[in-house]
Design a protein around this ligand. Sequence first.
Ligand SMILES: [Zn+2]
Length: 365
Amino acid sequence: MKIIEVIKSLESLAPPSLQESYDNAGLLTGDENANCTGILVSLDATEAVVDEAVKKGFNLVVSHHPIVFSGLKRITGKNYVQKTVIKAIKNDIALYAIHTNLDNVVNGVNGKIASLLGLKNISVLSSRENQLKKLYTFVPAKEADRVRQALFDAGGGHIGNYEECSFNAEGFGTFKGGANTDPYVGRPGEFHRENEIKVEIIFPSWLEDRMLKSLLAAHPYEEPAYDIIRLENKFSSIGAGVMGELDPAADETGFLKKLKEVFDLRIIKHTQLRNKPVSKVAVCGGAGSFLISSALTAGADFFITSDIKYHEFFDANDRMVITDIGHYESEQFTINLLQEFLEQKFPTFAVLKTEVNTNPVRYFL
Ligand SMILES: [Zn+2]
């Protein structure tokens, strides 16, 4: 199996186009066409993790955080980033990062946390705009089923928990081919009227190439007619953070204890408790202060995240409890998520979680 096959599979979980503009997710070192000898999954790709991959004979490290984030001007080994990159290249180790794109899918970093906390009715906290498109195409009636199916197979027609959604209307198309045409129906130079079905199918914008390729391959016409439009509808499964419900509701201290247990925490920083039951919980693994106002608007009782600055704690305004559980701690289960995903996709292949705890933060208690 080649490294590119692993990458393609990871991209089906979290399309690269969903990464934030400041991010640098993707393949950072290595040759995607090399044969993969094993996959090591980690939160950070540090020197110790690369050493571990070398020791295990694995040539692919899949991490959440990209080791190269804002570019490298020199590679002389003067800091941990340069040292890691040098070590990876010298040992032919491919470093692949799946970062904010994995934060922005409902079944990514935050969906995993929500499921471990037993939250129900999980939805994206701050959904992304302009992620949905619609394809209209006009197909001769007897070929409509086949073309529609090809578009479903390319990934179109998913709405929430429904698959193969489409709208179809009967009508007729007209055309007159030039002298050099080879029309599927009718004759060159003659006006033709054909019974057609107008097929409408919604799809996520990153599947546009695939949808078009499938359409052009399946459509019988020499010049298939189609329109693609961008929708302003919200895409409920794409965006930052998630929101879920605890049923039954928990009391605040009981819920804090649960957090300690699930995340194996020694300490939780939090704002004033409100003596109210905890039912709605917002979650953002990693630095989540940018979602405080979204969590408030969504009516969250608790917001679980990390990297909250002093003044940002005030923004809870006694309307919810903000908890800062630590960056590494909040994202630790991303390792399990990736390992489980890859193991399921490649059951006969070696996919291991790193044994290195890459958390740079220590606590003196
Ligand atoms: Zn992070």
